[in-house]
Each structure stands twice: as structure tokens, then as C-alpha cells.
Design a protein around this ligand. Structure first.
Ligand SMILES: Nc1nc2c(ncn2[C@@H]2O[C@H](COP(=O)(O)OP(=O)(O)OP(=O)(O)O)[C@@H](O)[C@H]2O)c(=O)[nH]1
Ligand SMILES: [Mg+2]
Length: 464
């Protein structure tokens, strides 16, 4: 389905409560569509809507279909095309009782509106060219953002910086195809494009730009879903107790039985303005139990995916035999050694042979997870050990898994084109790779998309 067909779907007028579900001081009901003004007029007592200028605010009353007064409301009018959806939009701010909200929506439906589906307002904004698909998706991210960093990245995307970069890439690719086609035009005369170096240079530039965007996803994912911090160590070291202490919640089961945690347990918390995702793991030990071994395999995977690794060592039974295995997996990650149960032995750090095993400069912190002692010091270490992306710069950071997938495919396609250039592949075959690259970039901004993809994207919106 293309955009023109989509637009024809937007013929009716929709309404929905746009503020969160439940009771509140006020609630806002949004109406959008070609008959928004007519339908609201039927239930409105106040200055006629037809006489209102766009972007103005009016006090009046909303009635039910019998003409009974429902509420005093504040009406804001946005005339097409200068509205969020690009259609005529009316927003009614009423008192936020759940009954008023229900009745107000009901009376608008009786007047001719249809109840909006999830994401429909934003989908219309996209269909009417008010924003590209990446911006529409950013609307959901802005609503979902739980930290300053996530908010900043989503705002950047919603304001279109990302779309601009993709547009720039698209233009470069089109220039590339033009150069290749020029070569094709001359192919009958058996002349190859005199100098392919210009084309190769351009292809490399495109590859680097796509690569930078794709690579930013690791950071982007951490910003959006939480910086992953794996809590690992031998069984009974106090990992689950530590998870609970960091979360301030009894999230994981704790017991003195070795091997209590079998599967990874995750939860998020904001520290220093950043969202962290703590992952408690199955304790590492030799085990003949199949299920426990599966759990320990997940522990290693959790380390691989983590940005920060907390290696919890029980000072009363410190076993350093796993040091090599753990250290060997921590390349490029922030490792913090957490000496736990110091309430039972507070002298361990001084006489520990662990110090010789650790790479120089590895931060070591002594705590008691059970007594909640020195957890704050550990929190500080985690925050400082994490290299947070500089979100204040305006660099575009990819946070969306769908975009990452499309970028990876676009990168594969441009890499194939570069290989083809190096091996003297004919122009028409190069052209295919470039068109594929264009296709994947177009999927991100929504120039190329299917109705199924759109339905999937917008279904994840709350009403909005
Ligand atoms: N004295 C003391 N005991 C602790 C401390 N932290 C944890 N414990 C105890 O150590 C035992 C094991 O704690 P868990 O948090 O279940 O240990 P774990 O590392 O998650 O163990 P597995 O899930 O089996 O790998 C429990 O009895 C805890 O109460 C501490 O700081 N001091
Ligand atoms: Mg545990």
C-alpha cells in the first residue's frame, strides 16, 4: 500500500482520550478528520466553530446527545493542514473524571466520530506527510522515555535530524546510480566508465555513514532499554541479594542454598540520570545438573551482552578459580569487583590474592549486600565506570531495532557493491546492490513500506 492509498483511508473523523487512562485534574479528548469541526459543533455550546480562527482557544460547554450539559470545557482548534495530523483537529480539555471522559467520547461518537485505534493520530500524521516514519516512531519513544538520555535521543529523532541524515544518504546513493547508469549508457560502445575511482570513493563514504549509524545502535539500545549491567560470580556470593539492594526491591529469591538462581532476572533503575538494566545470573560452578548448566550458559551470554560486569566475590569463601574465565570475557567492558559479605570479614581486601589477578586499575569495592552497606559507593562506581554516549551532541543515535536491522542490510548491500567495484563487476549488477541499499533506507523513513509493517509499528502505540 502506498501513501496515496493510505490517505484515502483517513476519510473518517476519529476521536479518543489522549491523556492517560483514569481520573485526573483534566483530560484531553482529541478529534481529527475532515468533519471534526462539524461533529464537535453538534455537541458544543459557545462561539460557533466555523467562526474560530486556527490555533485559538475557547471556553464553552459540551453536551450529550440529548442536549444535557456534560461539562465546561476548553476547546483548542487547529485547522488543516497546520495540525499534528495534518487534518482539522479539535482538542477538548474537560474535567478528568472517568465518567466525563467516557460520556464525552460517547457523545462525539454519537455525533459521527469513530473511536481512534492505537497510534492512529500519528499514523495519519505520517500518511499526510507531516512526518516521516522515523519521526512517527520517535513520538512513541518520546512518550516512553524514562531518562534524560532517552528523552534527548527521541527528541532529536522526532525533530527530524535522523530523517535528514537518511535523506542525505539517499541523495548520495542516487548520485551513485546516476554515475553507474552513465557507464551503462556507454556500454554498447564497450567503453567502461573511464575512472571508477570516483564511484568507489562515493561508495566508501556511503558505507562509512551507514556503518556509523548502525554502530550507534549498541549505545542507542542501552539508552532506550537500559545500560546492561551483569551481576556474576560463584554460587551463594550474594548476587541476588545485591540485585535486590540495587533495586530497593525484593525482586529475586535469596537463599543460602548454592544454585538458587537458575535463570537470568532483569530489572531497571535510574541512577545519575541514566537507565541501567541489572541482570542477576545463575552462579558459576561445575554442575552435573542439566538445567543449572543451561542457566550458567546464560550467565556467559549475559556477560557478553553487558556493558558493565559486577563480579561478586564472597569474602568468606573467596574462590578465584573462575577469574580467568570471567576476565577473558570482559574485554571492552567496565569490570567492577564487588567484595561482598564484608560484615563477616572486613579484612579481606587487604590480604586478597585477587589483587594480583586483576588488570591494573580494576575498581574494587567492599560492601555488604545483606546489610545494605556501601551500596551507594558501588552505585557511584557504576555510574562513573559507564561511558555514556554524549547525548548532548547532536549526533544521531539509532535506538530502534527495526532501523538497526534495515541499516545492517543496507550496509551489506553497499559492501557488496564495493566488492563488485573492486572486482570489476558490470554496472547493471552494481545497480542492483545500490537499489537494494536504497530500499532498506527507504524502509526506515517509510518511503518504501507495506501496510503490515505500518500496522505492526502503530499497534505498539498507546492512543496517540
Ligand atoms: N552475612 C552476609 N550474608 C549475605 C550477604 N549477602 C548475601 N548473603 C547471604 O548469602 C546467601 C546467598 O545469597 P544469594 O543472594 O542468594 O546469593 P547468590 O549469589 O544469588 O547465589 P546463587 O543464586 O545460588 O548463585 C544468603 O543466605 C544471603 O542472605 C552479606 O552481605 N552478608
Ligand atoms: Mg541468586
Amino acid at each position: 500500500m502506498n501513501i496515496t492509498e493510505l490517505t484515502s483511508l483517513t476519510g473518517d473523523t476519529i476521536c479518543a482520550v489522549s491523556t492517560p487512562q483514569g481520573r485526573g485534574g483534566i483530560a484531553v479528548i482529541r478529534v481529527s478528520g475532515p468533519q471534526a469541526l462539524d461533529f464537535v459543533e453538534k455537541r458544543w455550546q459557545g462561539q460557533p466553530l466555523a467562526a474560530m480562527a486556527t490555533h485559538t482557544v475557547h471556553l464553552g460547554h459540551l453536551t450529550d446527545s440529548q442536549g444535557e450539559l456534560l461539562d465546561q470545557v476548553v476547546l483548542t482548534i487547529y485547522r488543516a493542514p497546520n495540525s499534528f495530523t495534518g487534518e482539522d483537529v479539535v482538542e477538548l480539555a474537560c474535567h478528568g473524571s472517568t465518567w466525563i471522559q467516557q460520556q464525552a467520547v460517547q457523545t462525539l461518537i454519537d455525533a459521527g466520530c469513530r473511536h481512534a485505534t492505537a497510534g492512529e493520530f500519528t499514523r495519519r500524521a505520517f500518511a499526510n506527510g507531516r512526518m516521516d516514519l522515523s519521526q512517527a516512531e520517535a513520538v512513541a519513544d518520546v512518550i516512553e522515555a524514562q531518562s534524560r538520555a532517552a528523552h534527548h535521543v527521541a527528541m532529536n529523532q522526532m525533530r527530524g535530524r535522523y530523517g535528514d541524515q537518511l535523506k542525505g544518504l539517499r541523495e548520495k546513493l542516487l548520485h551513485f546510480t546516476a554515475l553507474i547508469e552513465l557507464e551503462l549508457d556507454f556500454s554498447e560502445e564497450d567503453v567502461t566508465f573511464a575512472d571508477r575511482s570516483e564511484v568507489t570513493l562515493l561508495a566508501r563514504e556511503i558505507q562509512a555513514l551507514i556503518g556509523r549509524l548502525a554502530d550507534s545502535y549498541r549505545e542507542g539500545n542501552a539508552i532506550r532499554n537500559g545500560m546492561p549491567v551483569a551481576i556474576v560470580g560463584q554460587t551463594n556470593a550474594g548476587k541476588s541479594t545485591l540485585l535486590n539492594a540495587l533495586l530497593g526491591d525484593d525482586r529475586a529469591l535469596v537463599s543460602d542454598i548454592h544454585g538458587t538462581t537458575r535463570d537470568t532476572i532483569e530489572d531497571t533503575v535510574i541512577m545519575g540520570g541514566t537507565l541501567f538494566r541489572f541482570i542477576d545470573t545463575a552462579g558459576i560452578r561445575q554442575s552435573s545438573d542439566t538445567v543449572e548448566r543451561m542457566g550458567i550458559e546464560r550467565t556467559w551470554q549475559a556477560i557478553d551482552k553487558a556493558s558493565v560486569v559486577l563480579w561478586v566475590v564472597d569474602v568468606t569463601s573467596a574462590d578465584t578459580s573462575m577469574a580467568d574465565d570471567i576476565l577473558g570475557r570482559c574485554d571492552g567492558k567496565a569490570l567492577i569487583v564487588v567484595l561482598n559479605k564484608t560484615d563477616l570479614d572486613d579484612d579481606f581486601a587487604a590480604r586478597s590474592e585477587l589483587n594480583d589477578l586483576l588488570p591494573q586499575g580494576t575498581p574494587v569495592v567492599a560492601i555488604s549486600a545483606k546489610r545494605d552497606a556501601d551500596i551507594e559507593a558501588l552505585r557511584d562506581l557504576i555510574v562513573t565506570a559507564t561511558t555514556l554516549p554524549n547525548v548532548d551532541s547532536n549526533a544521531v543515535i539509532v535506538t530502534n531495532a527495526r532501523h538497526y536491522q534495515a541499516l545492517t542490510r543496507a550496509r551489506d548491500a553497499i559492501s557488496r557493491a564495493i566488492d563488485g567495484l573492486n572486482s570489476g563487476l558490470s554496472g547493471d549488477l552494481l545497480d542492483q546492490d545500490i537499489r537494494e541499499c536504497l530500499h532498506w533506507l527507504g524502509e526506515i523513513t517509510g518511503e518504501i513500506t507495506t501496510d503490515a509493517i505500518l500496522a505492526e509499528i502503530f499497534a505498539h502505540f498507546c492512543i496517540g
